[in-house]
Write a protein of this length. Structure first.
Length: 89
């Protein structure tokens, strides 16, 4: 069966070599729609602004760190202590 779709004669078709690492799943972005509580979204935006990042980039970093956590328990405890010290003065 022949395709009924016609190629645009004004467009030059060709092939493009994929860059190194193109097949790495970390490089593929997927659109996700989700609902967040307003206070959580505001806090993410605030914290992202403090570090000079967009809130989506910042959120992705937080998720990546949480999901692929490789730090030792000692490092995680140090981070918690640091946050508590900052909040309590």
């Amino acid at each position: 069966m022949k395709s009924t779709k016609k190629k645009n004669k004004k467009i030059e078709y060709g092939t493009v070599e994929a860059p190194e690492g193109f097949d790495d799943s970390k490089n593929h972005k997927v659109r996700v729609t989700m609902w967040l509580d307003g206070d959580l979204l505001n806090e993410l935006r605030k914290r992202a602004g403090e570090v000079g990042a967009g809130y989506q980039t910042y959120t992705q970093k937080l998720l990546r760190d949480a999901v692929f956590e490789t730090d030792s328990l000692a490092k995680r405890l140090e981070r918690v202590e640091k946050v508590l010290k900052i909040k309590t003065g």
